[in-house]
Design a protein around this ligand. Structure first.
Ligand code: CP
Ligand code: NVA
Length: 312
């Protein structure tokens, strides 16, 4: 009888050990160098990725699709509008069927339980490409960007300003995985998940005043105030988040060499001023580009195993 190992999934950052995460980031920078040097590298020839998108995407779709093509593989875009998923075929059945046909599956959806259920019934690795709860792929890119600009993030102070959303909650997991201090400034009623806050322990503090939070920060991060699926709350959210814009006055409170990140898409004049996102401390374009390289490293890791030494 052959015993098949269960696949490695990436549903949250803590599906990686600290060493695996650091190894993966080092590999991401190496893959970036190889890509820029034009060195052909096709470790996933004939491999196929299924991409299920229940929400819109620019960066995630293009980075995964381009990454698979660069690796010699192929990606299939699956929208619920055009598949039986949108007509109520059970998640478990879809997982059983798709995972007999493709080598890896990426899902962007609403409830986190959907990716968990899908993974539980999949024969191949499943990647969380954003749920209402977490956005772990974005954190790989953010961490790669920090390491490339500033070296190790261990012991640094990262400040999250705005909604306690999927990105904020992924930062909570990242604080433990990469060993940095996290200050979160959000208005009452928009706190992140208490369970994730508790798990972060002394690494994280929750504040109401964004100015107090940003003072002395090494990295300032924000995101939209209205995430996908919350469009009906937009007016109320605009009112609740007044005063939480990351502008030049707020950045002036951070360390002089502090960086600014935003997963994008951004709304200039709402959560961030044009002066900050288009200014010298912003690394948002590197951050967006690194979605490609870090996810290629993730695909290689999940399908082929670790290939090089850790950063930091
Ligand atoms: N940051 C991010 O996930 O962007 P998309 O929604 O465009 O994929
Ligand atoms: N918090 C945002 C992130 C988009 C990449 C959302 O969920 O819409």
């Amino acid at each position: 009888m052959t015993v098949t190992r269960p696949p490695r999934h990436f549903l949250r950052l803590t599906d990686l050990t600290p060493t695996e995460a650091r190894t993966l980031l080092g590999r991401a920078s190496e893959l970036k160098r190889m890509q820029r040097a034009g060195e052909p590298y096709a470790p996933l020839t004939h491999k196929v990725m299924g991409m299920i998108f229940e929400k819109a995407s620019t960066r995630t779709r293009v980075s995964f699709e381009a990454g698979m093509a660069q690796f010699g593989g192929h990606a299939i875009f699956l929208s619920p509008r055009d598949t039986q998923l949108g007509r109520g075929e059970p998640i478990a059945d879809s997982a059983r069927v798709l995972s007999r046909m493709v080598d890896v599956i990426m899902i962007r959806t609403f409830a986190h339980a959907v990716v968990e259920e899908f993974a539980a019934h999949s024969r191949v690795p499943v990647i969380n490409a954003l749920t209402d709860y977490l956005h772990p792929c974005q954190l790989l890119a953010d961490m790669q960007t920090w390491f490339e600009h500033r070296g190790d993030i261990r012991g640094r102070t990262v400040v999250w300003v705005g909604d306690g959303n999927n990105m904020c909650q992924s930062y909570l997991e990242a604080a433990g995985l990469f060993d940095f201090q996290l200050r979160i400034a959000c208005p009452e009623g928009f706190d992140p998940d208490p369970g994730l806050l508790a798990a972060a322990g002394e690494r994280c503090v929750l504040l109401r005043d964004p100015r107090e939070a940003v003072t002395g920060a090494d990295l300032v991060v924000t995101d939209v105030w209205t995430s996908m699926g919350q469009e009906a709350e937009q007016e109320a959210r605009l009112r609740a988040f007044a005063g939480y814009i990351v502008d030049e006055a707020m950045m002036a409170l951070a360390q002089p060499n502090a960086l600014f990140m935003h997963c994008l898409p951004a709304h200039r004049g709402e959560e961030v001023s044009a002066g900050v996102i288009d200014g010298p401390q912003s690394v948002v374009w590197d951050e967006a580009e690194n979605r490609l390289h870090s996810q290629k490293a993730l695909l290689e890791f999940l399908l082929l195993g670790p290939v090089s030494k850790a950063v930091g």
